[in-house]
Design a binder for this molecule. Structure first.
Ligand SMILES: O=C(O)CCC(=O)C(=O)O
Ligand SMILES: [Fe+2]
Length: 161
């Protein structure tokens, strides 16, 4: 990906930090029949990339060509989702994937998620977005949540709308 985007080694090192990575294990408890709930509502990840390892239960759905597609669990297989940071770095060439998680009615679901971020102080340069650091992006998301009740995300940094 870095090669495709013609990033120089210094840029890729700062964009693809190892020190800021985060692993999150999530358990989605089953819900009773007749009840409707989402394990995770529609969102894109603020990461560079997110690597998902899901169990056999399933429930993850991605939005593609105006349709929600279930991501079928395949044993020993990871799912790599493109995050908002790659979208910005690639000047929208790569698009962060909208996804959500449906809750299962028969059993709990467990997923392990590894989020890759840029260095928090690394300046993201893009022709489509104003320069920002991941630290600023994260702070803006937090502020959006407190003031608006939802996260605007990368579109809030867009240069021309
Ligand atoms: O549990 C999953 O499959 C995905 C979780 C997710 O989208 C997230 O934590 O951002
Ligand atoms: Fe996600």
């Amino acid at each position: 990906m870095a090669k495709n985007l013609k990033l120089d080694p210094r840029q890729s090192e700062c964009y693809l930090a190892e020190s800021t990575g985060l692993i999150r294990a999530i358990r989605y408890p089953q819900i009773c029949k007749g009840k409707q709930a989402w394990g995770a509502g529609v969102h894109t990840d603020g990461s560079l990339l997110s690597i998902v390892c899901q169990d056999q239960v399933g429930g993850l759905e991605v939005y593609n060509h105006n349709k929600w597609l279930p991501v079928k669990p395949i044993p020993s297989t990871f799912i790599v989702n493109i995050g908002d940071m790659i979208k910005a770095i690639s000047n929208d060439e790569y698009v962060s994937v909208k996804h959500r998680v449906r809750v299962n009615k028969q059993e709990d679901r467990i997923s392990m998620n590894y989020f890759v971020f840029p260095d928090f102080d690394c300046i993201i340069q893009s022709s489509k977005y104003k320069p920002f650091t991941y630290k600023e992006f994260q702070a803006k998301g937090q502020k959006d949540l407190e003031t608006l009740g939802f996260v605007v995300g990368i579109e809030g940094f867009k240069l021309y709308k």
